[in-house]
Design a binder for this molecule. Structure first.
Ligand code: ASP
Length: 328
């Protein structure tokens, strides 16, 4: 089935007002303009891959790689730190052809975990590889090494540490109600993701994250779990963002993709899946979605920076505060 090419990216669901306020207070180089510019450029990087003859898979990997390199989001170079001050990144990709998926969990070595996830899909018989073993694969493949925590990640980590009661044990700093985040008024949802449809109607989804800020060391979220953080089959692709524990319980991305495969347009499928998540877990989240006839970025959190690029649009549509749904 042919498709109108489209790339949708997001920079994470949560309350970005709080993030921007904290950035101003702490003197961090992060504002609305920089975030919008980064999602726009990421969507265009994906579209450029498509226009250069690449597949939907190439497009989502390029878009996510751009955001990992930007340092603006909680992924790749900008990855958030866990409670022990370490980096532990998750990423996943899925391609409608096959269908195939690859993912890495709790890796520290690669600058671009999304590239390693693609390699796991292409080079191994497995879907998810984790920790030191996955890091060794990255080294053997000669993938570029992570430069270490960014100044912004360090500053946010120190802020968390300062504000949490001294002497608390990690298990009480971070529980499934995101207590740590709520204490600070920050839901640290600035993971990144991309979905794409190419001219041949192939679909792909990719995600990458440093995980939730101040998570327990070793915690793995939804981002490397197909069906939870991402999913792509012929007829629909979706990538999720929000508290991974809730997203896994709901199987959020799979539910959205199944609706699109039944003919529900992207925006409606996303809204229905988010409503189900809220009913099941009481949590908000965000989804980007694409199918050969439509694309959308929807959320029931306060905000989710996102952008949509397509030859059907004069220029990318980008927003932080309002959902976007387009017919292709
Ligand atoms: N879903 C990610 C996680 O739980 C966080 C996010 O979306 O920002 O690791």
């Amino acid at each position: 089935m042919a498709g109108v090419p489209v790339v949708v990216v997001h920079g994470g669901a949560g309350d970005w007002r709080v993030v921007f306020e904290a950035a101003r207070r702490e003197g961090l180089d992060l504002d609305e303009g920089r975030v919008l510019e980064a999602v726009r450029a990421a969507a265009l990087a994906g579209l450029e891959a498509l226009e250069g003859g690449g597949s939907a898979l190439d497009a989502v990997v390029e878009a996510v790689r751009y955001m990992e390199d930007s340092g603006v989001f909680n992924a790749g170079v900008g990855s958030a730190l866990d409670a022990a001050g370490g980096i532990c990144m998750d990423a996943g990709v899925m391609y409608s052809e096959g269908p195939r998926a690859g993912a890495v969990a709790c890796v520290r070595h690669p600058r671009n975990p999304v590239v390693l996830a693609r390699r796991v899909m292409e080079l191994t018989d497995h879907v998810i590889m984790c920790c030191g073993h996955a890091d060794r694969l990255a080294e053997e493949l000669g993938l570029e090494a992570h430069p270490g925590p960014s100044p912004r990640a360090r500053a946010l980590w120190s802020l968390y540490k300062e504000r949490l009661a001294a002497g608390s044990r990690p298990a009480s700093w971070w529980n499934r109600n995101s207590r740590a985040a709520r204490l600070l008024g920050i839901l640290p949802g600035d993971t990144v993701g991309a979905v794409a449809v190419d001219a041949q109607g192939r679909l792909a989804a990719a995600v990458s994250t440093g995980g939730t800020t101040f998570k327990l060391p070793g915690r793995i979220g939804d981002s490397p779990v197909p069906g939870a953080g991402f999913y792509a089959l012929p007829g629909g692709a979706a990538a999720a963002t929000g508290v991974g524990e809730a997203i896994m319980i709901a199987g959020l991305s799979l539910r959205a993709v199944e609706l699109m495969r039944q003919g529900v347009p992207a925006g409606e499928a996303g809204r229905a899946a988010l409503a189900l998540l809220e009913r099941l877990t009481g949590m908000g989240a965000g989804l980007i979605l694409a199918e050969p006839g439509s694309a959308a970025a929807v959320f029931n959190t306060a905000s989710m920076p996102h952008a949509i690029a397509s030859p059907a649009l004069k220029e990318p549509v980008a927003s932080i505060w309002k959902p976007t749904m387009i017919k292709l």
